[in-house]
Design a protein around this ligand. Structure first.
Ligand code: SAH
Length: 365
């Protein structure tokens, strides 16, 4: 890596960080505010174009820091308006960002890590293995790039791209703060959603420092099945996950946990599973999102037939749960998380391992 690229990146800084940066260079804090605004609100990354910063400050910034963004490598537009970008980072790593328009809503699905360590049995990103955490600049850089490409900021951000956001805690929280800043992307807190597979201690930590919406990848209504589908469950079982989620939404009647439940043919979609799910979520302010499984090359699972999904949903609704089926978007561009990059590099051989282990465990039950 060259000496220049090792210079601090101001995109890693929140508003307070930008203010400290300019005061450390000997200038008034409000210039830091302007720097922050130029970068995020106006999308300007050339210090010379930041016309209300003193000339000497612009020179000092040029000498000491460097604004580096993830680079758009590929753009995959889909007929339904969904766009998937493959972005390249400084070290050549690749991540994905997906834009999903729906009516007035412009949702951006953002990645938090290169690859993922969590080995969920049905997930394409898991096949890549874990590579590294993203920096704040690389997370907010996805929002920056999308905003420039679209000519307008997203109305909603979901941390549902590649990676487990709660396993990259501080950078994800800081990037989500920047998304909400009035001098940056101005997203309301309920329009930023973090999706986790259930890292229980960090759900409690998140509650302390942020009030973004929380989505939890449940996918199974009992420990035996969840241990297999979402293996982090072996460490943080449902008896710990559910109270953590209740705690997250406690104290505000408007808040609900969004439960993600991928419908896998013959695996987790029976009437018994629906009944168990209803019991599990009793007393938890909940919204259930049933997600048709998005198949990818080498995946062993099938998508539940639409009638079965509807029967499952109807049961939940009859019990008083709010449940909806997520529309599948961007199918022809492999918009489900990890699929494009996965196609470029499927390098760990984990694919086969997860599959064999899954079969063994399922047969053993
Ligand atoms: N690691 C986080 C966020 C990334 S995944 C989490 O687990 O929540 C975002 C959502 O997509 C999760 O609910 C995940 O389980 C789901 N998902 C992953 N692969 C999928 C696939 N092939 N089809 C449908 N949903 C999938």
């Amino acid at each position: 890596m060259s000496a220049t690229s090792a210079r601090p990146n101001p995109l890693d800084l929140d508003l307070a960080g930008c203010e400290s940066l300019v005061t450390a260079l000997g200038f008034k804090a409000f210039h830091g505010r302007n720097l922050f605004k130029w970068m995020h609100k106006h999308g300007v990354v050339d210090f010379d174009a930041m016309t209300d910063l003193p000339k000497r400050l612009r020179l000092a910034l040029r000498d000491t820091v460097e604004i580096r963004l993830p680079r758009i490598l590929e753009t995959h537009p889909s007929a339904d308006g969904t766009v998937k970008w493959v972005l390249e980072l400084d070290d050549g790593q690749r991540i994905e960002t997906v834009f999903i328009p729906e009516g007035k809503r412009r949702t951006l699905c953002v990645s938090s890590q290169v690859g993922c360590a969590l080995e969920c049995a049905f997930c394409a990103t898991a096949r890549q293995g874990f590579n590294r955490n993203l920096s704040v600049a690389e997370i907010i850089g996805q929002v920056w790039q999308a905003t420039r490409r679209l000519g307008v900021a997203p109305t909603n951000v979901v941390m549902m791209g590649m990676g487990e956001p709660l396993a990259n805690f501080e950078p994800v929280v800081r990037a989500m703060d920047i998304m909400q800043d009035d001098l940056a992307y101005m997203l309301a807190k309920q329009r930023v959603t973090l999706s986790t597979s259930g890292i229980v201690p960090n759900i409690y930590r998140l509650r302390e420092v942020s009030d973004v919406s929380l989505a939890v990848s449940l996918h199974a209504p009992n420990d035996a099945l969840r241990d297999v589908l979402v293996p982090i469950n072996r460490k943080y079982p449902l008896a710990e996950l559910i109270p953590a989620c209740k705690h997250y939404v406690a104290g505000d009647k408007r808040r609900k946990i969004t439960w993600e439940y991928v419908m896998l043919d013959g695996i987790n979609d029976s009437p018994t599973h629906a009944k168990q799910l209803i019991r599990l979520l009793e007393g938890v302010p909940s919204k259930v999102n049933l997600i048709p499984f998005n198949p990818f090359a080498g995946s062993d699972f099938g998508t539940s037939p639409p009638e079965r999904v509807e029967t499952f949903r109807a049961r939940l609704v009859r019990s008083g749960l709010f449940a909806m089926t997520r529309k599948t978007r961007g199918d022809e561009i492999a918009a489900a998380c990890g699929q494009l990059v996965g196609r470029v590099r499927d390098r760990t051989g984990r694919c086969g391992r997860v599959r064999i282990e899954f079969k063994e465990r399922l047969e053993a039950r």
